[in-house]
Design a protein around this ligand. Structure first.
Ligand code: AMP
Length: 417
């Protein structure tokens, strides 16, 4: 028989990591719901056109999309990110503004798989539609920072920039084009091709041969309109008031074309691999209109779950939660005692497990060890006749015999519930 393994860039998330993922999403949900965000679950695939609106000059759209024709002849794409889906949902349902939503789930990009870069990867994120106020920009950034703190991360840097309004962005793009094309011979071939599609993205190049031209490139800060500059400085003031440290990085251009004004990235100072960006976001004031809706401003961020957990590993924080199994029942009488004791304990909300197939005592004790339980309950023929059980602490091995009738209250007390 043929055997199969996961496709490149995808992984099975097994125990104990799967519980860690869930805890990650729960910590995120608790934080943002406290700030008035409601949950949205967009579909994992949409009409290809939704994602084309994101910008046909970004690689996410041109090279990395999982798109196909379905059996009904529709052009479909697996979502490469969720902001476009949220904006499509806004246009479709027309909720009242401000519309504050959060999401969690997988995205799909056909990238070259490596450590911290997968073809199916998870993000958690928020989006707010219908608010121009720069105080919101700072609040959104603060939400992410608070989340990182709750995970226990301390090595996260905020990089901040403004891309200006669309006119500013176009003027800046033209200035960059003039700068780079005047020196095109010294650019890497990849950047020469990027230059024709999106001059801003040349600033993203990490190739050494591009470094000196990038350093000498015109600055976005010199191309901001007065309104955009005022907005940007108000964002910075609000961040200072909130005690959020940040670094202004006017080389920060984010991958998606729809960003305007505030853009930001969260970088782990503890990850040494090429992929230190653990999250990012910004304003996308043109996207709702591009999807056929009314002119509506938007801002949000997406945090990479996979990569943030790598940062947690690097800092030794937010480990996998403990096993939910607190009690393991060892039954030397054939299994019926374990059956009823487990049912009792579980009904009382106490995580419990048992062995099957009438394994030997030794094998059952081994399973008890592996289960991570704090307590082991042992039933032999004597206990069964006396309607009692032996409770044994796994650490230390002290034992006591208690009556079956008192089992739940005893166990609850011993577990410190
Ligand atoms: P983006 O949607 O490209 O702005 O990415 C936001 C965050 O998602 C990044 O900072 C990464 O942490 C994460 N991310 C993006 N692409 C991938 C990928 N292919 N694999 C793992 N994480 C990713």
């Amino acid at each position: 028989m043929p055997s199969f393994a996961t496709s490149p860039g995808t992984r099975d998330i097994l125990a104990p990591d799967a519980a860690r993922w869930r805890a990650f999403q729960q910590v995120f949900a608790d934080g943002v719901e406290t700030a008035g965000f409601t949950h949205i679950i967009p579909p994992m695939f949409e009409d290809l056109g939704v994602f084309l609106r994101v910008g046909e000059s970004t690689e996410i759209v041109t090279k990395e999309m999982y798109d196909f024709e379905d059996k009904g002849g529709r052009r479909i794409a697996l979502r490469p990110e969720q902001t476009a889906s949220v904006c499509r949902a806004f246009v479709e349902h027309r909720p009242t503004t401000p519309w504050k939503v959060w999401y969690a789930g997988p995205n799909f990009r056909y990238e070259k798989p490596q450590q911290g870069r997968y073809r199916q990867f998870d993000q958690v994120g928020v989006e707010v539609l219908g608010v121009d106020d720069p105080m919101l920009d700072a609040e959104v950034i603060g939400l992410a920072i608070n989340f990182y703190r709750r995970l226990g991360l301390s090595g996260v840097e905020v990089r901040l920039n403004s891309l200006g309004d669309s006119g500013d962005r176009d003027r800046y793009s033209a200035a960059l084009h003039a700068h780079f094309s005047g020196n095109a011979d010294s650019l890497s071939p990849e950047s020469r091709s990027t230059l024709e599609r999106n001059p801003l993205r040349v600033l993203d190049s990490k190739r050494p041969e591009d470094a000196s031209l990038i350093a000498a490139a015109p600055r976005m800060s010199d191309h901001l309109s007065e309104a955009a500059a005022t907005h940007f400085s108000a964002v910075q003031d609000a961040l200072r008031r909130a005690g959020v440290d940040f670094v202004v990085d006017d080389r920060l251009v984010r991958g998606l074309d729809y960003y305007r004004r505030t853009t930001f990235e969260f970088v782990s100072t503890r990850l040494t691999a090429a992929h230190t960006a653990i999250g990012g976001g910004g304003r996308y004031d043109g996207l709702v209109a591009a999807l056929g809706g009314p002119d509506t401003s938007g801002i949000g961020f997406a945090l990479g779950l996979d990569r943030t957990l790598l940062a947690c590993d690097a800092e030794g924080v937010f480990g996998a939660p403990r096993s939910r199994i607190e009690v393991f029942v060892v039954d030397a009488t054939g299994g019926r005692e374990a059956e009823s004791i487990c049912a009792h304990l579980r009904a009382a909300g106490i995580g419990s497990d048992r062995a099957y197939d009438q394994r030997s005592m030794k094998a059952q004790m081994k399973s008890a060890d592996r289960s991570g339980a704090a307590l082991c309950i042992i039933v032999g023929d004597d206990e069964r006749l006396a309607q009692s059980v032996i409770i044994r602490t796994m650490e230390g091995g002290s034992q006591q015999t208690v009556s079956r009738a008192d089992l739940v209250s005893h166990v609850t007390r011993m577990l410190g519930h």
